[in-house]
Design a protein around this ligand. Structure first.
Ligand SMILES: NC(=O)c1ccc[n+]([C@@H]2O[C@H](COP(=O)([O-])OP(=O)(O)OC[C@H]3O[C@@H](n4cnc5c(N)ncnc54)[C@H](OP(=O)(O)O)[C@@H]3O)[C@@H](O)[C@H]2O)c1
Length: 405
């Protein structure tokens, strides 16, 4: 403090000399002088301290901090396959502060999970368990996020969570019952979109509970190089089964055999006769089929099932974009061979999440499972990543990196 009031250092950009032509950095110099923050008596200028926001996206509003919020918006309901042009990336703004009295949390989204069902929710339909997205609103899906404000006693600022979030940079989540807190951070956070999240529970519940495997059985997995399939195949190997996977490219087939430990694999796009391909890989037949694709593959598998075989119906991606679903012709085999064919939905197994973690976390930590992720950077690339699931662009779990912690 000087007698004239508070004196502070004042960094300044000084013009060194007049420029002739384009200004260069060397025409200026940054110097530090000092300045009194008290106005001289008798004069009337206002001394301002200029606050430069490092993050230009941030502004202060009377209701708290407001941020720009990039979002992937559904433009209109779709009919058939989703296209990138059915979505648009827009920027709106969002208050990072929970409304007083609200039970909601505000989260910063870090990773989003691209799942085939998201494209299905872009269609107009009515269902008791699922709802269509609303045109003009952001898509939703599973994601990993960090709590930035909370009106809910169960969550505090800084908590890491996974669960349903918007396809946007920040989300307000009213329904916090659908959020899981992340307690184990010695594994990559993105894993909570896959092996430690919804697809992981799908693979675990579908294989161990629905397919009820026994050591030494013959297991076939379709879409085997994807999020769910890669895990099912490895669970089956750990169980001591013989495992074959199908996938849509040479590269994926190599990965299945050489990286993920499948006993055999084939590229279904190169096989003219799926029945013959299955007979080649399973001369003694199939005990368990983990079905991710439905359609022609399911029909061919039915011809190759063994007595008392099980078909865990996880998904039918080959049918999702068709206006008329293909028929299945070989169902008679379920009768003759006493096959149990059972569909399941992962949400029924969410209450067993902690039991699932006890099994799968050690497998990751002990290196007993290989987990492949396909990470696309940037929310603006999320529409392409989603659409890519239907052409098999992804190898492993398709994730979108929105922001680093
Ligand atoms: N029951 C449940 O609760 C539940 C939960 C999660 C997922 N699922 C279902 O499980 C399946 C796998 O999901 P995911 O998340 O693991 O996806 P994913 O396998 O990571 O990605 C989808 C894969 O499906 C394959 N595919 C796309 N169109 C196909 C077609 N017409 N015929 C055959 N294969 C096709 C592609 O691989 P290729 O290169 O091999 O063609 C693509 O990479 C999906 O059917 C999904 O809907 C069900």
């Amino acid at each position: 403090m000087a007698s004239g009031g508070e004196v502070v250092n004042n960094k300044q950009v000084i013009l060194k000399q007049f420029v002739n032509g384009n200004p260069r950095e060397s025409d200026m110099v940054v110097k530090t002088s000092s300045i009194s923050l008290k106005v001289e008596s008798g004069s009337n200028p206002i001394v301002v301290k200029k606050l430069v926001c490092l993050n230009q996206e941030k502004v202060m509003a009377s209701g708290g901090e407001v941020m720009k919020n990039k979002q992937v918006i559904l433009k209109h309901f779709i009919d058939g396959a989703a296209k990138e042009s059915d979505m648009v990336v827009k920027t709106s703004s969002i208050s990072l502060n929970v409304e007083p009295g609200s039970n909601a949390v505000v989260v910063k989204n870090l990773y989003l999970s691209c799942d085939p069902y998201i494209a299905s929710r872009m269609k107009k339909f009515e269902h008791p368990d699922f709802s269509s997205f609303k045109p003009g609103s952001p898509l939703e899906g599973f994601g990993v996020a960090k709590v930035v404000d909370s009106g809910n006693p169960g969550f505090k600022k800084g908590d890491l969570v996974w669960g349903t979030v918007g396809w946007e940079e920040y989300s307000v989540i009213e329904n916090t019952e659908k959020l899981f807190k992340i307690h184990h951070t010695d594994v990559p956070l993105s894993y909570y979109t896959g092996i430690l999240g919804m697809p992981g529970i799908t693979a675990w519940a579908g294989f161990y509970e629905v397919a009820a495997p026994k050591k030494g059985e013959y297991v076939f997995v379709s879409a085997a190089a994807g999020a769910v399939g890669q895990l099912v195949g490895q669970f089956a190997k750990l169980m001591g089964c013989y495992v074959v996977g199908s996938a849509g490219s040479k590269e994926k087939v190599e990965i299945l055999k050489n990286k993920l430990g499948f006993d055999d694999a084939f590229n279904y796009k190169e096989e003219n006769d799926l029945d013959a391909a299955l007979k080649r890989c399973f001369p003694e037949g199939i005990d368990i089929y983990f079905d991710n694709v439905g359609g022609k593959m399911l029909d061919a598998v039915l011809l190759n099932m063994r007595l008392k075989g099980r078909i865990a119906v996880c998904g039918m991606i080959s049918q999702y974009n068709l206006s008329q679903h293909e028929g299945v012709h070989n169902l008679m085999n379920t009768l003759i061979k006493r096959i149990r064919m059972e569909g399941f939905v992962v949400f029924d197994y969410f209450p067993q999440y902690s039991k699932f973690l006890e099994v799968v976390l050690p497998l990751i930590r002990e290196g007993k499972i290989v987990y492949l992720e396909d990470i696309t950077e940037g929310l603006e690339n999320a529409p392409a990543a989603l659409v890519g699931l239907f052409s098999g662009r992804n190898i492993g779990k398709q994730v979108v990196l929105v922001a680093r912690e």
